[in-house]
Ligand binder design. Structure first.
Ligand SMILES: [Zn+2]
Ligand SMILES: [Zn+2]
Length: 617
């Protein structure tokens, strides 16, 4: 394991140029023994001398004093000397190494100090090598050795080494130590072995807030947002009322991903109660949460109240507004940011360009794309090109978009081809659509949506043979289409509806409601757009399938169970079909409700029979 990594030139010997001039002062070995009482006084003096050091210069003077007093051979003084040099903010690991080497018989404490020091300096491999040297010399590690060491493994993603160390921990009987356990949860989380994190977590007799934090962070790093929220609930139930900032930030993040606005608001409340002033990072994650949970107004007012704004907070607000189709306001914020003297970076320009593309501001988008290169020397990345392709193709400039792809300085990725493909579907351009689709199918992206878009385009032109060819390919490659679902928050609980699901417990009530809704829709002139159904079946069956789209089920359920006039917020996993879009517009008019739907890319705010996207998505 680690042993194999020990190179012939042992790391424990620092390179020549690291040895400072003071080290010419090799301590005399034939020192006289100091009387016991006198020694204690000297030790105290030495300690307070070290404590007063504020920089390396002062430290070197203290070091010289200790050598002069003959105290270097006293293990108490020597280990404090190493610890001060290795662990102080102003310290130097190279210097600490050279002192460490002069200690005749370094013990566990000194080795632990060196491991910690290397981890602090982000020299994780060195930390593992010090541990190897420690074992080689037969020095037994203790519970202070492992947290730093496991942190090094976690940051190196060194799962094998980490597991071997775990073995040694068990052998030494230290597996019950709280800090060691927390470090193990973190290690396995970082190495994407969440089941091992859970194994440690579940075996703990006592858990601290840090244990909960470690397991929540581990889940968050893998995008297991539901688990994050469940753990957060368990944590509260077990009486840990004062969660750390790191937990709350991850929970805010989980709410953002799940669209859980109510819980997000609660977490915001508990942040305000437990932390006196929220820093920029926390506030930015809250802005992001409100924006992505559909409450753009709350995001904007939180942003306006921020005393210190940085690029990240501007970026969150700009892309939030863009996502809600409020491109003009996003661009105004961008000019405000420039007036404030903040330099725009690559991330901000992604927000700005996507604001232009969401709102069809072609000329502005082209200008900003030029400006970023010429004025602010931001090199466009694949993401910026992606936005530009999106901008052009949404606006129907499909061949311009295709030309841009062909002339990109880098290899176009799936995202780029996909935005061209979906625009081809909207603008019904089968020719370029086929090119984009073939690129995607060849790239092995295994995204069922690509196949569906292409087969939709064939179905529209009634090329049923091509439809079935694409469908067969999809099946042969074993690509699984995740079932479409829509979630809706009703009375602080989230309900999820799957398309065509007749087994749902609320099914009967929903069916009646849908029947009633359709009856009113017909009066308003709604005609089901059966071209959305990709099956070569009878019209009536197509209508039946359209009726079962998850978004309609969620709307019916929300209309039944929420009070008059309150907004309905829906989160869906797949892109909205144009029939659901038209349907929802009518419903917002007939039932006088604001309906906010978030799909994978953006928000639709339906009100009085119109949508904020202006039918442009
Ligand atoms: Zn639909
Ligand atoms: Zn819309």
């Amino acid at each position: 394991m680690i042993r194999t990594q020990v190179q012939h030139t042992s790391v424990l010997i620092p390179p020549r140029d690291h040895i400072q001039p003071t080290h010419v002062l090799i301590p005399p070995r034939n020192h006289q023994p100091i009387p016991e009482f006198h020694l204690q006084l000297k030790e105290q003096e030495c300690l307070s001398l070290l404590k007063r050091c504020k920089n390396m210069e002062e430290f070197k003077q203290a070091h010289a004093h200790i050598l002069k007093w003959g105290l270097f051979w006293n293990s108490f003084c020597a280990s404090n000397l190493v610890a001060t040099c290795a662990l102080s903010v102003w310290g130097s690991m190279a210097y600490a190494c050279s002192i460490f080497h002069q200690i005749c018989e370094p013990g566990t404490f000194e080795f632990n100090t060196m491991i910690k020091g290397h981890v602090k300096d982000m020299n994780y491999e060195e930390a593992l090598l010090v541990y190897a040297a420690m074992l080689e010399r037969g020095i037994e590690p203790d519970n202070f050795t492992f947290p730093a060491l496991l942190k090094a493994c976690a940051l190196l993603r060194a799962l094998d080494e980490g597991m071997q160390i775990h073995g040694q921990i068990v052998k030494l009987g230290l597996h019950d130590d709280l800090y060691v356990q927390n470090s193990l949860i973190n290690l396995y989380g970082k190495c994407k072995k969440i089941e091992l994190s859970y194994a440690v977590f579940k075996n703990m007799d006592q858990k601290s807030v840090s244990s909960w934090s470690a397991i929540i962070v581990a889940n968050a790093s893998l995008g297991l947002w539901n688990e994050c929220l469940m753990l957060f609930g368990d944590m509260n139930n077990e009486g840990f009322w004062r969660p750390e900032e790191s937990i709350l930030v991850n929970v805010v993040c989980a709410c953002t991903h799940l669209g859980a606005l109510h819980l997000g608001r609660c977490v915001h409340g508990s942040l305000l109660r437990s932390i006196s002033s929220l820093n920029v990072i926390v506030q930015t994650s809250l802005i992001n949460m409100y924006a992505k949970c559909g409450a753009i107004q709350e995001a904007v007012s939180l942003f306006k109240k921020m005393p210190d704004k940085n690029q990240l907070s501007y970026s969150a607000a700009i892309s939030g507004l863009a996502m809600h189709g409020r491109g003009r306001e996003a661009l105004e914020l961008f000019s405000e940011m420039l007036r404030e003297g903040l330099k725009p970076d690559a991330v901000i320009y992604v927000g700005v360009l996507s604001a232009c593309s969401q709102c069809g501001l072609v000329d502005e988008g082209l200008q900003f794309f030029e400006q970023m290169k010429s004025e602010y020397e931001v090199e466009p990345t694949i993401q910026h090109y992606g936005c530009m392709v999106d901008l052009l193709s949404r606006a129907g400039l499909l061949s311009e978009a295709y030309d841009l792809i062909k002339n990109m300085p880098m290899k176009p990725n799936d995202v780029v081809w996909r935005s061209l493909l979906s625009a081809c579907k909207v603008h019904q351009n089968l020719e370029i659509g086929e090119i984009a689709a073939n690129e995607l199918l060849q790239s092995n992206s295994k995204n069922p949506g690509d196949y569906l878009l292409l087969s939709y385009m064939y179905a529209r032109t009634r090329r049923w043979e091509d439809v079935s060819r694409v469908r067969t390919e999809l099946a042969e490659k074993g690509i699984y289409q995740a079932p479409g679902f829509s979630s809706v928050e009703v009375q602080k609980k989230t309900y999820r509806f799957f398309s065509q699901d007749v087994k749902c417990p609320h099914h009967d009530g929903i069916c009646d409601m849908i029947h009633q809704m359709e009856w009113q829709l017909k009066f308003e002139g709604y005609v089901p757009d059966t071209s959305q159904v990709l099956l070569d079946v009878q019209e009536e069956e197509k209508r039946q399938r359209l009726r079962g789209h998850s978004q309609k089920l969620a709307i019916a359920f929300a209309l039944l169970n929420t009070s008059r006039g309150s907004p309905i917020r829906i989160t869906r996993n797949l892109r909205m079909c144009s029939d659901c879009h038209t349907y929802t517009k009518y419903i917002s008019l007939i039932y006088e409700r604001e309906i906010i739907v978030r799909d994978r890319n953006r928000f639709h705010h339906f009100r009085d029979g119109t949508c904020s996207c202006n039918d442009y998505w």
